[in-house]
Design a binder for this molecule. Sequence first.
Ligand code: CMP
Length: 140
Amino acid sequence: MAIERTLSIIKPDATRRNLTGKINAKFEDAGLRIIAQKRIQLTKAQAGVFYAVHKERPFYDELCEFMASEPVVVQVLEGENAITKNREVMGATNPADAAEGTIRAEFAESVGENSVHGSDAPDTAKDEIGFFFSQLEIVG
Ligand code: CMP
């Protein structure tokens, strides 16, 4: 199996409720290693660039506003099939559809305020990691 890296974001609804440690424990329990991590405050414009793929969606403005509302924790997770594994640990985008034991089932407040983001494919993982981290900040 391939060792992959993926970009994870612990979103404002989760940092506000002091859930960073509980969410990190879910990643580590699933065998994912946190090989880079920092807490930052995004501007709405920066959130807009990160989520540019959703520009035409009706929730885009609300999403960017929310992502800039409080600090986020951005992370690089590494492990076997890390992209898929992280998406399994996160659960479905809408917490109402998320499987029991997943981060979103346990912690997410709504489809918009859903506690975590994770890259969806190798290409996007590479781009998203590069958006937040330099090579020097990633210690595998
Ligand atoms: P994420 O995995 O970060 O990718 C895009 C985000 O858009 C998604 O999680 C949700 O937080 C958000 N999103 C998706 N659908 C909706 C929706 N219907 N209303 C508000 N936000 C949404």
